[in-house]
Design a protein around this ligand. Structure first.
Ligand code: AMP
Ligand code: ZN
Length: 136
């Protein structure tokens, strides 16, 4: 379940060194090299999956439980005021490394970061049409 070309496979499996804050049989959690804020970390499964769409249910479930555990640890140790969990899928959505990962981004009152998007104002009819498109 490895991709020989994938840098996160190499990092997750310890072939390339990283600042590891957590490791078990299935996951490694590392500090991001270009953090949005102090403690910005990446949860990496040791097996290679391109992104959320390819992730087995069990790995997905374990990843969010791990995110929760680390969020509590970061709040305790780093004294962050909040935390974003970000997960990008495909280039259009900002994914740059095509090995599933979850960003854990501790947030501080004065960090001047923004994780945001332009808001739109669809009508109720437009929302209804979108709802039907998704569930239809
Ligand atoms: P994404 O844009 O969601 O694919 O996120 C990729 C993240 O991986 C970015 O935040 C990068 O800063 C980070 N990154 C890329 N290469 C490395 C590396 N070798 N070690 C740690 N973080 C990395
Ligand atoms: Zn990989």
């Amino acid at each position: 379940m490895r991709d020989e070309q994938c840098i996160f496979c190499k990092i997750a499996n310890g072939e390339i060194p990283s600042k590891t804050i957590y490791e078990d049989e299935d996951f490694r959690v590392i500090l991001d090299l270009e953090p949005a804020a102090k403690g910005h970390s990446l949860i990496l499964p040791k097996n290679h999956y391109r992104n959320l769409l390819e992730l087995p249910d069990e790995t997905a479930a374990n990843a969010i439980v791990l995110a929760k555990k680390l969020a509590i640890q970061m709040k305790d140790k780093l004294k962050c005021d909040g935390l974003n969990v970000v997960q990008n899928n495909e280039e259009v959505a900002g994914q740059t490394v095509f090995h599933f990962h979850m960003h854990l981004i501790p947030r501080y009152k004065d960090d001047n970061q923004k994780i945001d998007w332009e808001k739109s104002k669809p009508s109720q009819e437009e929302l209804e049409a979108i709802k039907n498109e998704i569930i239809g």
